[in-house]
Design a protein around this ligand. Structure first.
Ligand code: ADP
Ligand code: MG
Length: 257
């Protein structure tokens, strides 16, 4: 059931909203199969960047390739079946069962055969019990609902996952569990993933590569190891200082006992 994620290429992409340059002449190459974290302050352009890749927002200029394809040449509905999209407070349809919430994209795409089997398989993937298929969303915890969101995003077997602070509204323990589990899923399904997070520790743990956005541009682009080495520059150093100090503090505490 494995899919190989596509590469992504942005060439001089901008998106302006009036006078605001949400994304400003940005160029970027992402390798097939990589897990990239996008971090940066609120308003730095992270969501706009993701939404241009699945054509929820059109660029003001520049071009975007997913795999070999120029995205403006692909019907947006077809494109979105190839791209899973998960965001904070995923918003399950409250009057539909979990099964229908997961299968809705498949139903819309015209596939009605084998939906129950596919739902069961997707529940397994996100480690939810199959019995949950018949429950309603309000009978699930916040963490379980976000897992359903991930299952729904994976239903059409996309190669690319765009995740916009997917677990940001959850308590830290649940968030860590989902992050850990998503990392496994990314590798198992050989996806390409871009995940927006404001949690630097999460980015360091999760990603092969971390992009730091500011004012619509990428100000740092490094592996976690490079960021932690302190050689990437002052901006990046400020970002890793807090998680590093915490890690050292906990390590020291552990040695005292
Ligand atoms: P982030 O996700 O990093 O918080 P966004 O991409 O949401 O940043 O926003 C970047 C900038 O673009 C912000 O200044 C925001 O107010 C502006 N912006 C985003 N979407 C719109 C929109 N639909 N209309 C007007 N301005 C927008
Ligand atoms: Mg955002």
């Amino acid at each position: 059931m494995s899919t190989i994620g596509p590469s992504i290429s942005l060439n001089n992409v901008s998106r302006h909203f009036g006078a605001v340059k949400a994304v400003d002449a940005l160029s970027l190459e992402i390798k097939a199969g990589s897990l990239v974290a996008l971090v940066g302050l609120s308003g730095s352009g992270k969501s706009t960047l993701l939404k241009m890749i699945n054509r929820l927002v059109e660029p003001s200029s520049g071009s975007i390739l997913v795999g070999e394809d120029q995205i403006e040449a692909i019907d947006p509905h077809v494109l979105r079946r190839r791209i899973g999209y998960v965001f904070q407070n995923i918003g399950l349809f409250p009057h539909m069962t979990i099964a229908r919430n997961i299968a809705i994209g498949l139903e819309l795409a015209g596939g009605h055969q084998g939906l129950d089997d596919r739902v069961a398989e997707l529940l397994d993937l996100v480690e939810l019990p199959r019995e949950m298929a018949q429950r309603m969303p309000d009978q699930l915890s916040g963490g379980q609902q976000q897992r359903v969101g991930v299952a729904r995003a994976l239903a059409t077997r996309p190669g690319l996952m765009l995740m916009d602070e997917p677990f940001g509204a959850l308590d830290p323990v649940t968030r860590d569990n989902l992050t850990e589990q998503y990392k496994k899923l990314h590798h198992k399904l050989e996806l390409t993933t871009i995940i927006v997070t404001h949690d630097m520790a999460e980015a360091l743990y999760l990603a092969d590569r971390i992009l730091v956005m500011q004012d619509g541009q990428i100000k740092a682009d490094a592996t976690p190891a490079e960021l932690l080495s302190g050689k990437v520059g002052a901006e990046a150093e400020a970002l890793v200082a807090v998680p590093r100090a915490q890690a050292e503090h906990f390590h020291a505490l552990g040695k005292q006992s």
